[in-house]
Design a protein around this ligand. Structure first.
Ligand code: ASP
Length: 417
């Protein structure tokens, strides 16, 4: 991978593959955090620097790569088909994720024996702002959308611009396409540069998390944590890998290798939007997904596809029902699946967003909102797992859609070492 001329003269650390450095950063972070305790918060700024740098990339990267992706495809109908496929698979995988969460919670029974009692009547909140989200997908002012970093609005505008560039013909579009192409290339390069700092940023973030959450916070809720983490492992290694093997006819080991770097970034930053530059980079360079598919399917997925969040909502809804001794009917289970699917679409890809959406699921099925307080204490730990699943799901769909549309460079996918 490393083709800089001096790479042979550099030390062992510099020659190490990025994912290995990230892993080392993670492990060292946990050790340092465990030793320092709450003082490890001192190291958080290193992580914040990294998060800020990666966030800086999101808007220009998504915008340019999407415009470039569409203009390079030159076929607007194909784009529509890709979007439709991605949306459908996103919904289906989300529903499966909630079912896995409910199933695990039913088996593990994390809330059994807690005997909590609700003190407040359940206040059923207004319907989610889902309709509002959909209505406001079209930006009244695209510059404002870019400035505010509203990914859905940016996607809509970039698609409009890309399609129009295709429609006005090559000659007229050429200057703009050239500018976007070169900007997109530069953004990919900048992503690479920022990612080189990932091991240090991840070290800082891990130390902070490990130092903040001691065992006394974690132990009472160890079964909830276990259910969410087990669900995450099942979704990634069994479900996604299985879908890629059976439907995509692809080697799942390559997928598992390709998700390593973005998964580490997602795990430590707890933000799928923040991880976007890393997912786009890995999908293109390591998994051979075309610019068009990765530039379109991944930003869309980072905004609306949240399988990990859905899994967590399934686990937590049932955990809270068990803890408060509420019996759920089959209709309640179906309501949870439906609301959690919709709620996960409305969840922003930022840390902690899933917890807020959990209140919506709880109130829809009439579960005590106080339950939130219990899981809120360990939200970061759960968020790390769910965000990782969120982006692994996005990447699986990107690979699958690319394969089905002839947009996957099989050589790059297979060559990944
Ligand atoms: N942090 C998650 C994400 O960015 C969303 C959530 O809180 O569930 O994907």
């Amino acid at each position: 991978m490393d083709n800089t001329p001096s790479s042979t003269q550099r030390g062992p650390w510099a020659r190490l593959a990025l994912w290995k450095k990230i892993l080392i950063g993670m492990v060292l972070g946990v050790i340092v955090g465990a030793v320092m305790g709450p003082d490890a918060a001192l190291l958080k700024p290193i992580g914040t620097l990294f998060i800020n740098a990666i966030k800086m990339l999101i808007v220009p990267l998504v915008f340019c790569s999407l415009v470039v992706g569409i203009t390079s495809m030159k076929d607007t109908r194909k784009m529509g088909r890709i979007g439709g496929k991605a949306l459908l698979i996103y919904m289906l995988t989300t529903a499966v994720a909630i079912a896995v969460g409910l199933g695990l919670s039913a088996v593990i029974q994390p809330g059994a024996g807690l005997n909590m009692t609700a003190t407040h009547a359940v206040d059923s909140k207004d319907a989610p702002a889902l309709v509002q989200t959909l209505l406001s997908m079209i930006p009244q002012n695209p510059i404002k959308a870019l400035a505010a970093g509203n990914i859905l609005q940016i996607i809509v505008f970039a698609i409009g611009l890309g399609v129009s560039l295709v429609l006005i013909g090559e000659e007229k579009a050429a200057p703009a396409v050239k500018v976007f192409n070169s900007l997109a290339e530069a953004m990919y390069k900048l992503t690479e540069i920022v990612m080189a700092f990932a091991p240090y940023g991840i070290f800082g973030l891990m130390a902070w998390v490990a130092g903040t959450y001691g065992l006394d916070v974690l132990l009472p809720l160890i079964k909830v944590i276990g259910a969410v983490y087990l669900g995450a492992v099942i979704l990634i290694t069994v479900f996604y890998s299985g879908v890629l093997t059976v439907i995509g006819r692809l080697n799942p080991m390559r997928y598992l290798k390709g998700i390593t770097n973005p998964a580490a970034v997602a795990f430590t930053t707890s933000s799928s939007s923040g991880t976007l530059p890393a997912t786009i980079k890995a999908s293109r360079q390591e998994m051979g997904v075309s610019e068009g598919v990765s530039g379109f399917v991944l930003p869309l997925g980072a905004t609306i596809n949240m399988d990990g969040t859905a899994l967590y909502q399934g686990v937590c809804a049932l955990f809270i029902a068990q803890a408060f001794g509420v019996d759920l009917s089959t209709a309640d289970y179906l309501t949870i699946i439906l609301t959690a699917t919709l709620a996960s679409i409305g969840t922003a890809g930022v840390p902690g967003a899933g917890l807020i959406m959990l209140s919506l699921v709880l109130s829809t099925v009439g579960l005590p909102i106080e339950g939130l307080a219990i899981v809120a204490g360990i939200d970061r730990i759960l968020d790390m797992a769910r965000t990782t699943v969120n982006i692994c799901g996005d990447m699986m769909v990107a690979v699958l859609v690319a394969k089905s549309e002839g947009e996957l460079d099989q050589e790059v996918y297979d060559a990944q070492s």
